[in-house]
Write a protein that binds this ligand. Structure first.
Ligand code: G3P
Ligand code: CA
Length: 241
């Protein structure tokens, strides 16, 4: 069955990548949570999508130029709705602490395709391992070099290549990097591709699926998971499917 994974939490109803969005996705019955990680100036992995804080907080500047303590002062909720004023950016550690005893899978996307944060792979891997969540976690990235680095720590960790581009031999390319899953943009999805991935024991998850027609096609083609901003709707839709 196709897993419903909340993309940045329940991100149409609460500010993305905040505790409010994660809690809501969990309450709605999402089966997994996707989130994005960057590194602060003092090497704390934090959950936010962009390299810059401008779009989702009341401030400006790059994450890499803030200490964690400074980032914590920012308001990551008011841009979305005043109802969420005062919501804070959270660390990966806070997130793992929250998710630890919940029956959820995790997809932590390393946001290292624009800024290749030093040791990000090591820091995230060690933290997930410390929380004993390796079996429930997939680490994904658009950065192929980062996948090779990740595989050096532990051959068994779930690693996914993210891609939005068509390329020849994508399945064998992904396999050769050492990834065991591929996360693709919806427009790359077709039956032949899924079958080829599954023949190679490679999971296929698709982003970002918010329209019913895209949901039903993803379910029908046998995707292993969809990333959606509307997990509550996807769950209802899958019931009917
Ligand atoms: O992990 C799937 C998706 O989140 C990748 O794109 O830009 O939403 O992080 P983006
Ligand atoms: Ca993401």
């Amino acid at each position: 069955m196709t897993k419903i994974i909340a993309h940045r939490g329940a991100s149409t109803l609460a500010p993305e990548n905040t505790m409010a969005a994660f809690n809501l996705a969990y309450e709605q019955g999402a089966e997994g949570i996707e989130t994005d990680v960057h590194l602060t100036k003092d090497n704390v992995p934090v959950l936010i999508h962009d390299e810059h804080v401008k779009r989702t907080t009341n401030s400006t500047g790059y994450i890499k130029d803030y200490t964690f303590k400074q980032l914590k002062q920012l308001d990551a909720g008011s841009w979305f709705s005043l109802k969420f004023a005062g919501s804070a950016i959270i660390s990966l550690e806070e997130f793992l602490d929250w998710i630890q005893n919940k029956p959820l899978c995790l997809n932590i996307e390393l946001k290292n395709n624009k800024i290749d944060y030093k040791n990000l792979e090591n820091i995230v891997y060690e933290m997930v391992s410390h929380y004993q969540l390796l079996n429930h976690t997939t680490l994904s990235t658009f950065n192929p070099t980062s996948i090779e680095r990740l595989k050096r720590f532990n051959g068994n960790i779930g690693v996914a290549l993210l891609t939005s581009k068509r390329r020849k031999n994508l399945v064998s390319y992904t396999k050769d990097l050492g990834a065991n899953a591929i996360h693709i943009k919806y427009r790359l999805l077709n039956q032949l591709f899924i079958d080829k991935c599954h023949q190679e024991q490679m999971a296929v998850r698709v982003y970002t699926i918010n329209k019913p027609a895209h949901m039903s096609r993803s379910f029908q083609l046998g995707c292993d998971g969809i990333f959606t901003d509307v997990p509550h709707k996807a769950l209802q839709y899958r019931e009917l499917f």
